[in-house]
Design a binder for this molecule. Sequence first.
Ligand code: FAD
Length: 409
Amino acid sequence: MSEAVGHVVIVGAGHAGGTAAALLRQYGYPGPITLLGEEPIPPYQRPPLSKAWLKGEANAEDLALKPLEFYADHDIDFRANTTAERLERAAKKVVLSDGSELTYDSLILATGARAIALPIAGADLDGVLFLRTAADAETLKARVGPGKRLAVVGGGYIGLEVAASGRALGAEVVVLEREPRLLARVACEALSDFFKGYHEVKGVAFELGCSVTAFEGEGGKIAGVRLADGRVIPCDAVVVGVGAQPNDEIARDAGLECARGVVVDLEGRTSDPAVFAIGDVAHRPLPLYDRMFRLESVPNALEQAKQAASAIAGRPAPAGEVPWFWSDQYDLKLQIAGLPFDADRILLRGDPASAKFAVFHLKGDQVQAVEAVNAPPEFMMGKQLIGRRQPVNVDKLADPAVSMKEVAA
Ligand code: FAD
């Protein structure tokens, strides 16, 4: 059967998988589509889990990508609570957790990533939490409130968003970070300093450069986090936010080429032409930077869903996009475009003290990435400059009195 009418099986009903199913129908794909999801609910957005939803500003319906009826209405066979256990590529077959099998003509792996656990004593205590799924978020929400002591292991985006939401809910929050600065893997030093200062003003405590060696419990419940220097930080709950790893096991077991995730091309196609991989699980080309990378972001999930759905529906490949990401903490909107690969200098535009500024990462006179705090024009125009590979006048860029429109002209 040709790709344009065959059975499409999508493994993983998250942001990427749910979007791919909807796009296939939007593109007029007429063949059968089966969407398999391990979780009990239809595809939903994860970003609010650490932000609006955790603070009680959004409800479960607000999270859903589409209402449940959408799938039946569009002849998409969505199956909740269904895990794909194994892939048999020679027979083009997926074996499910209930022992049944599904044959496919095209398979999309959209299995996402999972939170990394810490292999230390006490990791199984009640109150040692993660934040990846809506169920995780429910558990966390029930533990955070006025007077509760929340420890957050990991000063990355999720850790800091949880810290901000925790404060909004009246909890005492301490963030424990192994590196000497926050956001060390993902942002520049100026941003780390800024976010640390902002959180401190809001009442968050930090332990930087510390190593967590154990979780201490009382009666099976978390009571504190032990650090390498012997101190124990008391807490009622701890959120472990030390990164995510791709759910690429079924691809590896099936012999698909994998690196840090499943290796794909610009159509989202793996080393097997009948199998695609999209979203957090994919190790994808970044033509703008001439390298392969695994991205964990909603815009990436959407872009790759478009790539795979276009290839399967026989449409032209969509135009390449500049990678981007956002994070909301308190009244701060951080927007990041591009990746700072090969940048040889950093340029600050605006004043961090005003909580409205941007950091540009330049390679010569080209913008590689921009990190913008409450600065939408810098983000938007910066993103365009990155996409166009357009040289900039660095003096103008450094001067906030010169509009970004003029900089980009
Ligand atoms: P997921 O959305 O994780 O979906 C994968 C799905 O596949 C899951 O439901 C999983 O259970 C299922 N699955 C896995 N294996 C199987 C199997 N074998 N069989 C069946 N189903 C399976 N990104 C941003 O851009 N901005 C943000 O502000 C932001 N905030 C975030 C906050 C939180 C708390 C989290 C957790 C993530 C955040 N992200 C953010 C990242 C973003 O949500 C992810 O990049 C995005 O969800 C990736 O989509 P995905 O479909 O690849 O993976």
